[in-house]
Design a protein around this ligand. Structure first.
Ligand code: F6P
Length: 530
């Protein structure tokens, strides 16, 4: 294992100065360094990866035991071993697949019954006088449905959907203002039903509804694994949609946590979304690694983050409706693979998963692309773009969008040399030392890697494919790093300290034992509030 890492680092040192563009001397490069599934095309030709690199990366894959671990995940084995749980979000979209065993019992009948209950409830809501749905949840209980509802707005024919996550009272206040408490459905989405932000917002929403003539007894639903807590909150069992502990929060949009999405686009649309995820599962399980999109995306990711040492990657959807995808992937990837310890307790070799960030194109071009093109750090970019938009009458907008997306990846790779910059400045009338000075500012180093995922049109099936693609990419990267991608102990310490700080911020306890910076900050807040 270590020797393959060493060989990869050696390879990286050899090719670091090589121009990516020069790799296109091979006329077959684009075809060789891309793969398809269904109608999707993943192109990673604009990276510095060559045949030998890919072979070495595939050795990493081989030694990591990815194929066996993938089989173990789909078979319901407890691969989340710090929590002793299976990892089976794939069962939620296993619509017409076979049985899936956990501890000797087939979970599929339960999954399909839960899905039927969701469908019946969604139809009921869509046929009722409900005008607004407010999903209260955070992290995985918010980001998935919020992202997917925005992504699928052309298919949205149900009530309006709103998402409240932040414990900042501004979020719920701004959301509820203007809503009719009598025609609003509140969905409390929390796997544990203990998350302080969600429970605080849920209580505030309940008080608001009662105060404004609604009936929380009838207008609240819960999505949770914690039956006793939902009952204690006063939500009757017929409006509680449960799921099992083998569905991780950030992987939960496929089940009850996706209820707001199902209400928005209808059960049929939601089924298509699940079928997209299932199609990607099948591709991931069956395709040879060289044709396997999640595997290739992961290998490119490992090459950039762990071998080249690029500390972040930018997700750049040229699709306005995917503008929440970077936030969603931030949780999916960083909560899954942002870990320094391997499953066996050893340190991770090299770096953990990278920082994931981004924004929709073309907006990002007018914000942070400057740094991507001319900053000192290399930031691998991941572009996404549809062949076609939904606005047939605005096809010229879409073509401009596509042209911008492709222009960015080309510009990142090609760059602009000093000579080219100088020629431009000469044409603009510059001479002498001013020509030299001005030209330098217009140089683009180029050789900056990117990949592009292109798909026909963003519909429910396609969105399902995209999300499952990234989920499996996270799995493969996690396996190569030896990480358990399915726990999230790193969020605990902050939660514990927030609990201990709350009485101090409330002014009910002294800041004894706190460092002087924390004490000073609390002191400032107490002294400056009304
Ligand atoms: O951020 C930590 C976390 O546990 C996430 O993994 C999860 O998605 C989120 O909190 C919300 O948890 P819950 O659904 O239990 O409220």
């Amino acid at each position: 294992m270590t020797s393959t890492w060493d060989a990869l680092r050696e390879k990286q040192a050899q090719v670091a100065g090589r121009s990516i563009l020069s790799l296109f001397d091979d006329p077959a490069r684009a075809r060789k360094f891309s793969a398809r599934t269904g109608d999707m095309l993943f192109d990673f030709a604009k990276t510095n990866i060559d045949d030998e690199t890919l072979k070495l990366l595939s050795q990493l894959l081989e030694t990591s035991g990815m194929a066996e671990k993938r089989a173990a995940m789909f078979a319901g084995q407890p691969i989340n071993d710090t929590e002793g749980r299976a990892v089976l979000h794939t069962a939620l979209r296993n619509l017409d697949g076979g049985p899936v065993q956990v501890d000797g019992a087939d979970v599929m009948p339960g999954v399909l019954t839960a899905l039927d209950r969701m469908r019946a409830f969604a139809r009921l809501v869509r046929d009722s006088d409900v005008t607004d749905v407010v999903n209260i949840g955070i992290g995985g209980s918010d980001l998935g449905p919020a992202m997917a509802v925005a992504a699928l707005s052309p298919y949205h024919d149900g009530p309006r959907c709103h998402f409240v996550s932040n414990v900042d009272g501004a979020h719920i206040a701004d959301t509820l203002r203007g809503l009719n408490a009598k025609t609003t459905l509140v969905i409390v989405a929390s796997k544990t039903f203990t998350t302080i932000e969600t429970m605080t917002n849920a209580r505030t929403a309940r008080a608001w509804m009662t105060e404004h003539g609604g009936d929380p007894q009838v207008q609240f639903a819960a999505l949770s694994t914690a039956d006793e807590l939902t009952a204690a909150f006063g939500i009757p069992p017929e409006r509680v949609f449960g799921f099992e502990d083998w569905v991780g929060g950030r992987y939960s949009v496929w089940g009850p946590i996706g209820l707001s999405l199902m209400i928005a686009i209808g059960p049929k649309g939601f089924d298509a979304f699940l079928r997209g995820g299932q199609a990607m599962d099948r591709h991931f399980q069956a395709a040879d690694w060289r044709e396997n999109l999640p595997v290739l995306l992961a290998l490119v990711g490992v090459w950039h983050a762990q071998v080249c040492g690029y500390s972040s990657r930018a997700v750049l959807p040229y699709d306005q409706r995917l503008s929440k995808l970077p936030d969603y992937l931030q949780q999916l990837e960083m909560e899954s693979n942002g870990k320094s310890v391997q499953i066996d307790g050893d340190d991770v070799i090299g770096d953990s998963g990278p920082i994931v960030w981004g924004a929709a194109g073309t907006n990002g071009q007018h914000a942070f692309y400057q740094l991507i093109h001319q900053g000192t750090r290399v930031i691998p970019c991941e572009f996404l773009v549809a062949a076609e938009g939904h606005e047939a009458e605005l096809a010229h907008h879409h073509n401009l969008l596509v042209a911008n997306c492709l222009a960015q990846s080309e510009a990142l790779m090609r760059g602009r040399s000093l000579n080219e910059a100088r020629d431009k400045m000469v044409k603009a009338g510059f001479t002498g030392s001013e020509l030299e000075r001005q030209a330098r500012h217009r140089v683009f180093a180029g050789n900056r890697p990117s990949v592009t995922l292109v798909y026909p049109k963003l519909d429910p099936f396609l969105l399902g494919q995209i999300i499952a693609l990234y989920e499996h990419r996270v799995f493969v990267e996690g396996v190569i790093l030896g990480i358990n991608s399915y726990d999230q102990w790193g969020v605990e310490l902050g939660k514990e300290l927030a609990t201990s700080l709350q009485p101090i911020v409330d002014g009910e306890a002294p800041a004894d034992g706190k460092d002087s910076s924390t004490a000073q900050l609390v002191g400032y807040v107490i002294a400056n509030r009304g």
